[in-house]
Ligand binder design. Structure first.
Ligand code: PMP
Length: 407
């Protein structure tokens, strides 16, 4: 989805690497870094600066851990917390349905003695005999809803044996208004949803408590003996490139107050036009269009793109009698953009409304040739299905065309 942006700025973050660099498992990191050995110093700084710029997470006095994607960090957090609790029983892991399909798969795969998947947090009843971990995903995958609070009613007061892990993969201005700097015990972010570089496999956790961060680092040590330093260096370059687009120095941004309002959507280069120019091989046109990508402002570019895509989705589905799509969230003020908007989820979450109830994934595939993931993987019925909206512009154009055929 961000390809047109990075096409236009591909030279912005080139880092030369030499054969005699980064041979060791161990990383040059901040003085001792409290034993968290695997975080490249430059990336730690860049991550903190990016969060200060965007204002989406508190980083002061917090520990930053880097992982091979946030997938590794989710597992590291689950193992660290299960080791941290005082009850001698397997720890339950829950999330409010519909939940991200990889959580149960990652927990169940190990058939672990210390962790088990316990399904929908809304149905989980906590007891003093078992500790639990609730994952709060906000905005949520698959439905994009902002989720603030945990739903397990632990009923045990402040001594409850429950831990929270906040998966904030999509808490970026691209997908949702930033309402406040999140400040939770364990927060997970990933380069894949922030810059679009899922293939670099870089995620990070912001952790309050040192003992937990150290246990997470231990998991990473046993699992992969650290995280590719080459990927960490590349991630640093990508994050710095985004910040350069905002002329940032976070101190400067802070002293200037909120950024100017987002440019009007019609001042933006339509990504579809860029894709069309690319497909047609008209290099001159492509260069001209890419030149116009405004101010090199990455999040403005991404948000405008998502806004345009959602407009297309709602128009394509208006009045159809086969499926419903998630409602937009209530508009909220974004402290980063300085504007008010709804969320623009990364996924379309469809529900088949045919009688008798129909399998939505099968219906989409057989009727329209659209590939979706069935609701069951997310802990709900197969009346629901998830369709990605973060592919290339040309794919989205085909998707919208097919959805419109439902009318
Ligand atoms: N959390 C959520 C909510 C996600 O949607 C994803 C990616 N689909 C991940 C975590 C995994 O991210 P990564 O690529 O960093 O492993």
């Amino acid at each position: 989805m961000f390809e047109a942006y990075w096409d236009a700025h591909k030279g912005n973050c080139v880092q030369l690497t030499f054969a005699n660099e980064r041979l060791s498992y161990f990383v040059k990191s901040k003085a001792n870094n409290n034993g968290l050995w695997f975080v490249f110093e430059g990336l730690d700084d860049a991550i903190r600066d990016l969060h200060r710029l965007v204002g989406n997470a508190v980083v002061e006095d917090r520990h930053i851990l880097v992982g091979t994607g946030s997938t590794q960090l989710f597992q590291a957090a689950a193992f660290a917390l299960s080791k941290h609790q005082k009850i001698d029983a397997s720890t339950a892991v829950v999330a409010e349905a519909p939940y991200y399909s990889c959580y149960p798969r990652a927990i169940e795969y190990y058939e672990s003695r210390i962790l088990h998947w316990a399904g929908d947090a809304k149905k989980y009843v906590s007891s003093s005999k078992e500790s639990y971990i609730e994952i709060v995903t906000s905005p949520n995958n698959p439905c994009g809803a902002p989720r603030q609070a945990a739903v397990v009613d632990n009923g045990l007061g402040s001594n409850a044996a429950g831990f929270l892990v906040h998966d904030l993969a999509y808490y970026w201005p691209t997908f949702t208004p930033i309402s406040a700097a999140a400040d939770h015990d364990i927060m997970l972010f990933t380069l894949s949803k922030c810059t679009g570089h899922g293939g670099s496999r870089i995620g990070w956790a912001i952790v309050k408590e040192l003992a937990i961060a150290q246990k997470m680092a231990q998991f990473i040590e046993l699992n992969t003996i650290g995280v590719s330093q080459d990927a960490q260096v590349r991630a640093t370059g990508l994050i710095r490139a985004i910040m350069k687009g905002y002329n940032s120095n976070s101190q400067l941004i802070k002293s200037l107050g909120p950024l100017d309002a987002a440019p009007a959507a019609d001042h933006l280069v339509q990504p579809a036009a860029v894709a069309a120019a690319k497909d047609s091989g008209h290099d001159e046109e492509l260069l001209l269009l890419q030149d116009l990508i405004p101010e090199r402002q990455f999040f403005h570019f991404g948000k405008a793109m998502m806004e345009a895509r959602w407009k297309g989705v709602r128009a394509a589905l208006a009045g159809n009698q086969s499926v419903t799509v998630q409602d937009p969230s209530a508009p909220a003020h974004c402290t980063f953009m300085g504007t008010t908007s709804t969320t623009y989820p990364a996924f379309i979450w469809l529900k088949s409304i045919k009688e008798p109830a129909e399998d939505c994934q099968r219906f989409l595939k057989s009727k329209l040739g659209i590939l979706a993931r069935a609701g069951e993987a997310f802990g709900v019925s197969n009346q629901y299905a998830r369709v990605s909206l973060v592919g290339r512009e040309s794919e989205v154009a085909v998707l919208l065309h097919r959805l419109a055929a439902l009318k």
